[in-house]
Design a protein around this ligand. Structure first.
Ligand SMILES: C[S@@+](CC[C@H](N)C(=O)[O-])C[C@H]1O[C@@H](n2cnc3c(N)ncnc32)[C@H](O)[C@@H]1O
Length: 261
């Protein structure tokens, strides 16, 4: 099954979505962040990445449950996030979205604790300066809701291209971000948050393809009643597949990028 790239109402009623929620011990709700986690999980499962001895690298993991879920399959995981002082300055610590200890990543008990401690390591890593020590070492990489926070549209574009160097031949990268449904011209770009337009995502797709990577992309926008609802501040959060950010309607988009063998 090929999952679509934009957060869609139909995904929430698909069997793969229920299976992913169950694995991640997430209650069902129409929320784009839940879609991002389930999307990453499903994309990696479909490509055979979640198997014993496969090596995964997570960027900006915060307190997401994915590292523990992947380790429960026997994957060796390097979970990374930015330096805690920098994260505090950007508000990620106050909003409980930054991991300070390895055990934070298995607080739902998704992985047997001994297996988790054996397979998962936590490291500080700046997505804007990917360390040479990660180059060519991983079967998969992922990030959820992160590369829109790197300082500019350009920083996110460079991250998507650069992180491919961390993969071995045959590896797969899955990354989600925020997508501007209102305009392909005007957008939001601040130091802490950017909103990617179709043309920015398309730049990434074309650049990745020029390197010889495989990217499946489908920008079809759904028209169902739940996905047509736009949550506005103060957010009600369910449904929350589309939200108003500044003056733009946004949703989530994902990229699945495969490196040839
Ligand atoms: C919205 S939170 C998402 C956290 C987690 N991925 C999730 O889905 O819950 C954004 C994350 O990006 C991280 N981050 C922001 N800038 C970063 C950078 N330059 N390098 C690494 N991580 C960064 C933050 O520390 C935070 O964990």
């Amino acid at each position: 099954m090929l999952i679509s790239q934009l957060c869609k109402e139909a995904d929430f009623t698909a069997p793969w979505f229920a299976a992913a929620c169950s694995k991640l011990r997430e209650g069902f709700r129409y929320h784009r962040k839940l879609w991002e986690w389930c999307y990453i999980y499903q994309a990696l499962r479909e490509r055979g990445a979640l198997m014993p001895f496969k090596r995964g690298l997570g960027f900006g993991v915060g307190k997401e449950p994915l590292a523990a879920a992947f380790a429960s399959f026997g994957c060796e995981i390097v979970a990374t996030d930015m330096d805690v002082e920098a994260a505090k300055a950007q508000g990620w610590v106050d909003t409980n979205q930054h991991a300070v200890a390895l055990s934070d990543l298995n607080d739902r008990g998704l992985c047997d604790p001994d297996q988790f401690n054996h397979l998962v390591t936590y490291e500080t890593a700046d997505m804007n300066r990917i360390s040479d020590r990660y180059i060519g070492r991983f079967d998969f990489t992922w990030s959820s809701c992160c590369f829109e926070h790197l300082g500019s549209i350009e920083h996110g574009k460079q991250f998507i291209v650069n992180q491919m160097n961390c993969l071995r031949p045959g590896g797969v990268a899955v990354h989600t971000t925020e997508f501007n449904l209102s305009s392909n011209e005007q957008t939001l770009e601040t130091d802490v948050l950017v909103l990617y337009r179709l043309r920015d995502i398309d730049w990434m797709v074309q650049t990745l393809k020029a390197y010889g990577y495989k990217v499946d992309i489908d920008y079809t926008v759904g028209t169902g009643p739940i996905e047509s609802y736009v949550d506005v501040p103060p957010f009600k959060l369910n449904p929350h597949l589309r939200l108003m950010l500044d003056r733009y309607v946004s949703t989530s988009v994902g990229l699945i990028i495969e490196k040839p063998k």
